[in-house]
Write a protein that binds this ligand. Structure first.
Ligand code: HEM
Length: 396
């Protein structure tokens, strides 16, 4: 069995993923938690597998011998073990709400501008701690219409679990998350306001689109699930552009910056693996027999650097170079199929606005240390810089 998930893998998974892709499409690997799983590495197999109904995210199909991942506890589990109709209904609700939230680019840019203004004049700071970590709470607070006290609670949660010196992992802080969610629901009940939160809570109470038991789970996904990937993508983008001024210039000159956002998602792959899938029945992937009950991990990062699908120069370590003009860009960094990311309509314009505001203010923003000195978090399902010292006025 292969043991690949270590600290070096988080920083540069590309050499390992390249050799696994070349050696075969499916490999038995050990996970950091101990139990094994199948790792699927080639683009064609990952895309097909994410559509395969013989593989389920529902934990009840796990045979128990393989890695099973994090079981979202019952009150919060609205997506993992939902029947197809319920999944479609809830996904539709979130997508509809995000559409109702309108065009977020300008508001996001304004909020970011305010946060960045507080750092004007500071010559060097940790970009993760000062910008990437607090920003999602600011955006979420505004988007959902969170009252001040819950915004603060969310920011405190992020700091306690995701800051460089934090000890618990996000998934170990469910008690804290549930308290924030309960307070949000309680306040939302009274609100007659037309915020996304107010509408969701009222929909939960009236039982029209979401039943009250589903509401905490829905809020859990909206508040917490994507916090870390957004932060990882932002910090990763600043590090990546530090060594690629030509790519940065091309992104800033583009009429539509969401093209560059998609390429950053592909290149950085902040979510390395899709959620574990469990084989409902015996099946075959890339010539390997997978038994019912075994776990399959689709490696989105490996698929998105597969030269069989994406063209362009390869870096010496096996990564496929960043090309912010890449179009079309059929990456799977946001998943694919029934469980693909529902936040896509929001995150593209928000990230494009964040990057525009960041480099509009600090065109010479650069990492203050060499790539090799940047520590990376995780090494398994997510990846992103743990700390990133930057100089807003340049010099590297
Ligand atoms: C950089 C930002 C983001 C990245 C990289 C990302 C990535 C992903 C990926 C890869 C999946 C699919 C997992 C799988 O198939 O196993 C996913 C699912 C999901 N994402 Fe995102 N996401 C991001 C932002 C967001 C945002 C902004 C929201 C909501 C506002 C969101 C909500 C969700 C939800 C609810 C699911 C689960 C869908 C389901 O299971 O049916 N994500 N995300």
């Amino acid at each position: 069995m292969l043991n690949i998930f270590d600290a070096e893998f988080a920083r540069a998974p590309w050499p390992v993923l390249r050799s696994l892709r070349e050696a075969g499409g499916a490999h038995r690997v050990a996970t950091p938690d101990g139990p094994p799983a199948w790792l699927i590495t080639r683009y064609a197999d990952v895309r097909a597998g994410l559509l395969d109904e013989r593989l389920s995210v529902n934990l009840r199909y796990s045979g128990g011998g393989d890695y099973a991942g994090f079981a979202v506890p019952a009150p919060l589990d609205v997506f993992q073990s939902a029947a197809p109709e319920r999944l479609a209904r809830l996904r539709g609700l979130v997508v509809g709400e995000l559409r109702l939230a309108g065009d977020w680019a300008d508001r996001a840019a304004m909020l970011i501008g305010k946060s960045l203004a507080e750092l004007d004049g500071v010559t060097e700071f940790d970009f993760v701690e000062r910008v990437a970590l607090p920003l999602p709470a600011v955006i979420l607070g505004e988007l959902l219409g969170l009252p001040e006290s819950e915004r603060d609670a969310l920011a405190a949660w992020a700091h306690a679990t995701l800051a460089p010196d934090a000890s618990p992992r996000a998934r170990d802080t469910l008690g804290g998350m549930q308290r924030i969610i309960a307070a949000v629901v309680e306040r939302g009940r009274d609100g007659a306001d037309d915020t996304m939160l107010g509408r969701l809570v009222r929909a939960g109470i009236s039982g029209s689109a979401v039943d009250s038991g589903e509401l905490p789970g829905l809020l859990f996904y909206l508040l917490f699930v994507w916090y870390e990937v957004l932060m990882d993508l932002l910090a990763g983008a600043v590090l990546t552009f530090s060594g690629r001024p030509d790519q940065l210039a091309a992104m800033l000159a583009a009429a539509d910056r969401t093209v560059a956002v998609d390429e950053l998602l592909r290149y950085l792959s902040p979510q390395v693996l899709a959620a574990p899938r469990f084989a409902v029945t015996d099946l075959e992937i890339a010539g390997q027999r997978i038994e019912a009950g075994q776990t399959v991990l689709f490696c989105l990062a490996a698929a998105d650097h597969d030269p069989e699908r994406f063209t362009g120069p390869a870096e010496p370590d096996g990564a496929l170079e960043l090309d912010v003009r890449r179009s079309p860009n059929p990456h799977v960094a946001l998943g694919y199929g029934a469980h693909a990311c529902v936040g896509v309509g929001l995150l593209r314009p928000v990230l494009a606005a964040m990057l525009g505001e960041l480099y509009g203010r600090w065109p010479n923003l650069r990492a203050a240390v060499a790539d090799s000195e940047v520590p990376w978090r995780s090494g398994f399902r997510h990846r992103g810089p743990l700390t990133l010292p930057v100089r807003p006025r340049g010099i590297r």
